[in-house]
Each structure stands twice: as C-alpha cells, then as structure tokens.
Design a protein. Sequence first.
Length: 170
Amino acid sequence: MMNNDPTSPRPPRPFNTPLECGLRTLFVLNATNGATLDLQRLVSYDYLLVHSGDIPHGPPSLHPAVPLRGTELLIKRDLVRAGLNQMFSRELLMKSFDRTGIMYRATALTAAFVGLLKSDYATALRYRAEWIVSNFGSDSDEELNAFMSANVGKWGAEFERLTALRDLEL
C-alpha cells in the first residue's frame, strides 16, 4: 500500500539522483581534456553514457534497457543541473560564462577525484566517457542535437512493439 502522508519521509531514490548524475558528468568532463561543455551537451552525454548500447557499435549499456528510455531526456536536464551544482559546490568542476551561457570544465580536482574511483562501475564510466568524447566530441551542437532528436523516439520503443505483439489477437 502506498503511503500518501505528505509529512512522512520519502524513500531514497536509488537511480538517477542529482548526486549520481553529477558524478557521471565528472567522468565526462574529465575525458574532454579541458574542453568546456554546456548543460545541453552534458544532458545528451549523460544519456549516451548510461545507454551506450543504443548507439550502433557502442559499448554495452551501463544500465538496463527500460521501456521508453528516450523520454529520460525530458527529465534529465534538471537532475544533471542539480548534480553539476553539487559537484561545483565541492570544487570538483569549474563554471564559466560566455556568450552562449554557462559552461562547465574539469579541474585538477576532477581528475584527482575521478582517479580515486576504482570500482568496476567507475572503470566502465571512464571507458564510456572517453568513447563518447571520441565519437561525439567533434560534433557541433546542432549535429549532436539532430542525432539525439532523430533517435530519441526509437530508444526503448522495442518494448512497445513487444507489447503490441502480445496484445495482437490472431
């Protein structure tokens, strides 16, 4: 039974918290070798980092394929922004302002902190972050946005087809 009491504490969210998104962005920023990235690119990269298996010839996804996962992009922006703010408050990244808006960049502390993380998951994040920067880092913002827009409706849609087949009466 669901607890609808607004005064009771909410159960902790295990996935896609601002802290988790912030940590993942540190791996991405560290892989850029000092380049600055804006929020929209970091949101796209965070999706690609977690669901790299959605990309042809990409490494297997870090997280399970869930139905309609492309819609994550709709809510990910606020989570990534909050995560970036948490990492900034700990001096693990830099913010700068240019004519296009707020830009984010790794610092020496980013590299030192990310280098301390040695788990299998951290190793997988590191590898995928480098793969993303290698494969999408030279794309313009327009090219990356076009790629994401062209594919977002496909990612997770395979579950819709399975549901439709199950509901099909023969």
